[in-house]
Design a protein around this ligand. Structure first.
Ligand code: ZN
Length: 439
């Protein structure tokens, strides 16, 4: 989250795997593996398919699916006898979309102390159920995988949600979770809480010093984190290089990545020097910041869509000014990042009930701010998969990958806004939404 994504509270200033080799997902065995029964084959047919790698349109595509994975995809493929055919008519097929910066457990209100109130009034169990609802709308909007970059005071509820989704108990995207997040004492939500309330819950695990940092990292990894999230700044630089470094060491030992919230050039430099794997936000970044990001060959997750949509609806002057400034920097930032060849991944940073499921707004905003539609779509498919370390599993429609597929009526290259109107969603070979079905 950024200060502005929580309208109000402590508005100081502006302002991530992978694969844990154990924990995660992809473990649903399908019922079709029963002995004697022939394997169930699904064939999806439509009029067009976007090849996200080369940006071309494949006409009359057929995708063959077996046991939740794609076995073949291409134009006019022969459909095997006995296959279940899903004919989507004039639709265009795309790979399932990916959001690399979500907070599914966050439903903060507009109240200036909305964040604190959430911690004060909601049980962890309730937070988990909110997360389940958010996971469902996110999946149904076409986002078949998310990298959830910290649970915003709901402890390890994100681990529970991820595992429940993987077990088929609730409907949601494939998840990588960062668990609690790691921030400097006093430098993350909630702000302005009475100092007498010594045990008031916090929005992240608050640490001071390298040893506490290392302990936090070990705890979070031990409790199932697929990545770690650090806050390198919050208006001012916060965690030091010496504090971030042991977190990165512990994460990399466990083969997981570290995402850094970093807005300012100094915060970005500290995070990069300590060895993090992605910069989230970077709203105040300068050219030197992007040169450093490029030099390290890591990802930038711009999280600009929120500002793009909220600038006209901000309720008080201070957030409005901040949003305007952030938005004004976004266009040159995107152009500098493109010029330098910085890898960009999609992340909407939703943190309220209204925002979950609106993740396509980020893709649209990036496109309107100068990223060509195909590059904005790659940010939400192939690039996002690479950032998650899942490039062999998701992000494109290719044999061997999970059958995570969406479809729209129009052409998102001509009008990327089509991605706000996804009409067909399939995850792992199971269609959770199909408005093209013939009745
Ligand atoms: Zn965030």
């Amino acid at each position: 989250m950024t200060p502005a994504t929580v309208r109000g509270g402590g508005f100081m200033s502006p302002s991530r795997a992978m694969f844990s080799s154990l924990a995660l997902g992809f473990l649903f065995m399908t019922a079709s593996a029963q002995q004697n029964a022939p394997p169930k084959i699904i064939a999806i047919r439509a009029s067009r398919m976007l090849d996200v790698r080369n940006g071309s349109i494949v006409h009359d595509p057929v995708i063959l699916i077996q046991d939740e994975k794609i076995t073949a995809a291409g134009p006019s493929l022969k459909i095997p006898a006995g296959a279940e055919v899903m004919d989507l008519g004039d639709a265009m097929l795309l790979p399932g979309l990916i959001d690399c910066h979500t907070h599914l457990m966050a439903r903060m209100s507009d109240d200036p102390q909305g964040y604190g109130l959430s911690l004060l009034t909601k049980s962890q169990a309730f937070r988990a159920l909110e997360g389940a609802a958010d996971a469902r709308v996110t999946l149904r909007a076409g986002f078949t995988a998310v990298r959830d970059v910290e649970s915003e005071g709901s402890g390890y509820a994100d681990v529970a949600l991820r595992d429940a989704i993987n077990q088929g108990l609730v409907e949601g995207p494939r998840m990588q979770v960062a668990t609690r997040g790691i921030a400097a004492v006093g430098k993350y939500f909630p702000f302005d809480i009475s100092p007498d309330l010594v045990d008031f819950p916090t929005g992240a695990q608050m640490i001071s010093g390298p040893e506490e940092a290392r302990r936090a990292a070990r705890e979070q990894i031990g409790h199932g984190a697929n990545l770690l999230k650090v806050y390198a700044d919050w208006g001012v630089p916060t965690l030091t290089i010496e504090e971030i470094r042991p977190i990165v060491e512990e994460a990399h030992k466990s083969k997981i990545k570290v995402a850094a919230h970093a807005d300012s050039p100094e915060g970005i430099r500290n995070a990069l020097t300590a060895g993090v794997d992605s910069i989230e936000h970077g709203h105040q970044a300068d050219r030197g910041s992007f040169e450093l990001i490029k030099q390290k060959n890591i990802f930038w997750v711009p999280t600009i869509g929120y500002y793009f949509y909220a600038v006209d609806t901000a309720k008080s002057p201070q957030p409005h000014k901040h949003m305007e400034e952030t938005l004004q920097r976004a266009r040159p930032n995107i152009s500098t990042a493109r010029e330098l060849g910085v890898k960009i991944a999609n992340g909407f940073d939703p943190a309220s009930a209204d925002e979950h499921g609106k993740n396509a707004r980020e893709i649209i905003a990036m496109s309107k701010l100068g990223l060509p539609p195909i590059e904005a779509i790659r940010a939400a498919t192939t690039n996002a998969a690479e950032l998650m370390g899942w490039q062999d599993k998701i992000g494109s429609i290719e044999a061997g990958k999970f059958a995570d597929i969406i479809a729209v009526s129009g052409d998102p290259i001509a009008d990327v806004g089509e991605l706000e109107h996804v009409k067909f969603v399939m995850k792992g070979g199971v269609a959770v939404r199909n408005e093209f079905a013939k009745h």
